[in-house]
Design a protein around this ligand. Structure first.
Ligand code: GLY
Length: 395
């Protein structure tokens, strides 16, 4: 393995604590507006507006509340009480959402219910959170196609234009492993395992770059073709998609124990690292680099750091040290040059993220470009927490 970025500085433990402390305080400052409401997926002019619980992203804000609760509790801070109370209000809302099937006809049940309800249940034993998360797992497996062996990402089931999976779904699957563990019913994890297998065999290309989405033949289930939605073009590597791949491979190994996923992690990560600009924070698509007039996606760097910090638990000391160093380098760059330092500047945590950047060659809406976004903030806090202590996953 070629080592890259040898001279980039690493975040220190002291900086990790400072960053976590600021993040927790920023979350606490937001509670008056964002307890009965949620943060919008992305900021506008660097400030999030309050929204209802009806997007794929609402779980990240609740996840930030739970990460802040953990940090406050450990430090004996009074804030732990108000954070827990706010998290509980949001859990009720997630139960209401799944009971009333509000905007749940898609695969993002893990993104929604792992950092909110699985987190609440693991941290506080909240039974409503457990109930909501199991119902969300049932909703997720209802999107499984036995022909093709994958979970359909978006849209009405069985419509040809929607007969596809997307790389992001690897992060939705831990909810299914958790549901099997909790209920004793193996059907959830059996579906997760099938989906992982289908996903990694098709979205990962020969050079270890990744497709954002991949279509299957509706009759036979045979792999058909890859296509981008949020990347620059078909055939390029969308920066966040590649990072979902890095973290997704680490989680795939954690839950299946299949050694080939460690190797896949190494290759997908190496592709990612080899296509980063000098400061290690990618442009929104890995096609672009230093000198290109394109926005960054800082969220991608935090997601990749989390994936590395998960994977090192299963590596020998020497290899683990390599990936821990990369993760610390990502976080140093983010902390120094991308993180919000003053609440007057933004009510978010990390600037310069990109949700969906429309190009002449992709199919996404144009929104949240060069702003904070809720998963960027969440995974930044998760990576810091992972560096700060032996963190018990919400995933
Ligand atoms: N999972 C959708 C996205 O990363 O934008």
């Amino acid at each position: 393995m070629e080592i890259l970025f040898e001279n980039m500085p690493c975040i220190t433990d002291e900086e990790v604590s400072k960053a976590l402390c600021f993040s927790k305080e920023q979350v606490v400052r937001n509670l008056p507006v964002f307890t009965d409401k949620f943060q919008k997926a992305y900021s506008e002019g660097k400030f999030y507006q309050p929204v209802e619980n009806d997007d794929w992203t609402n779980g990240f804000w609740t996840g930030e509340i739970w990460l802040s609760y953990e940090y406050a509790k450990e430090n004996g801070s009074e804030d732990a009480k108000s954070l827990k109370a706010a998290g509980e209000v949001q859990v009720e809302d997630f139960l209401h959402r799944i009971d009333n099937k509000i905007m749940v006809d898609h695969h993002d049940m893990g993104f929604l219910y792992s950092p909110s309800c699985v987190a609440a249940y693991k941290l506080t034993g909240n039974q409503k959170a457990r109930e909501a998360a199991i119902k969300a797992a049932d909703q997720l497996i209802s999107r499984y196609h036995p022909v093709g062996e994958f979970i359909q990402a978006w849209g009405p089931m069985n419509a040809p234009e929607n007969y596809r999976l997307i790389i992001d779904c690897l992060l939705n699957l831990p909810l299914l492993y958790w549901a099997s563990e909790e209920t004793g019913d193996s059907k959830y994890k059996e579906i997760a395992e099938k989906h992982i297998h289908t996903a990694v065999n098709n979205v990962v290309r020969k050079d270890y770059s990744t497709w954002h989405t991949f279509f299957f033949d509706m009759e036979t289930g045979a792999p058909d073709h890859g296509a981008t939605c949020q990347g620059y073009r078909d055939g390029s590597a969308w920066a966040r998609g590649q990072a979902w791949g890095v973290y997704g491979c680490a989680l795939a190994y954690k839950y299946t124990g299949r050694k080939e996923y460690i190797d896949l992690f190494r290759h997908v990560t190496q592709y990612y690292l080899e296509h980063l600009p000098k400061d290690m924070v990618p442009f929104w698509d890995l096609e672009f680099t230093d000198g290109d007039d394109q926005p960054r996606d800082s969220s991608s760097a935090s997601i990749a750091a989390c994936g590395m910090l998960e994977m090192i638990k299963y590596m020998d000391e020497k290899e683990a040290a390599v990936y821990e160093k990369y993760a610390r380098q990502f976080m140093k760059s983010l902390y120094d040059s991308y993180a919000v330092k003053d609440p007057k500047e933004s009510n978010g945590l990390v600037l310069h993220s990109t949700y969906s950047n429309h190009s002449p060659y992709n199919t996404c809406n144009h929104c949240g470009v060069d702003e904070c976004n809720s998963w960027g903030d969440y995974f930044y806090m998760e990576a810091l927490t992972r560096l700060h202590k032996d963190w018990k996953l919400y995933w």
